[in-house]
Ligand binder design. Structure first.
Ligand code: NI
Length: 169
């Protein structure tokens, strides 16, 4: 297994739209293992392949307290979303240190392949529902800060660029 480097906002590669995974083969199994290791190491609850610069529809999530219940979603399709929505405080491994409110559906149903390539239906609410919506946005090239006002987004962009500059020095 290997730790992968995570793209940081405002890297334009984060806006790439991911393509479907064509086969759940050894390459994908290795990617899943590496993404899980990277997510746990970074103390995140979710990671989309887009964030590690692989533009295929693959997400790993773990919202459990014990950090021992990984969920793998390959080629996820949203098949239902509750009309009820909530404002949730979100963060993102690609926008470190930034947290802000995003309106999300309370419950979602998603169809996806699991790590073994089996089709599964996931019914999610609470943090898992928020996380799935956040990660599926990544696959569409969307970062959560794009829901915020242009003013806030620009402030975050400036802050991120400054932090990235300082990290290089
Ligand atoms: Ni994110």
């Amino acid at each position: 297994m290997a730790l992968l480097s995570i793209l940081c906002f405002p890297d334009p590669k984060l806006h790439t739209v991911a393509k479907p995974v064509l086969a759940v083969d050894d390459r994908i199994q290795t990617l899943i293992a590496d993404m899980l290791e990277t997510m746990y190491e970074a103390k995140g609850v979710g990671l989309a392949a887009t964030q590690v610069d692989v533009h295929e529809r693959l997400i790993v999530i773990d919202v459990s307290e014990g950090r021992d219940t990984p969920l793998v979603l390959i080629n996820p399709q949203l098949i239902w979303a509750s009309p009820e929505t909530h404002l949730n405080e979100e963060g993102c491994l690609s926008v470190p240190g930034i947290y802000d409110g995003v309106q999300r559906h309370d419950c979602v149903k998603v169809e996806a392949l699991d790590a073994e390539g089996q089709k599964r239906l996931i019914e999610a609410d609470g943090l898992l529902a928020v996380c799935i919506q956040h990660e599926m946005d990544h696959l569409m090239g969307k970062v959560f800060v794009e829901y915020l006002s242009p003013l806030k987004r620009n402030r975050i962009k400036t802050k991120m660029l400054k932090a990235q500059r300082e990290a290089r020095e």
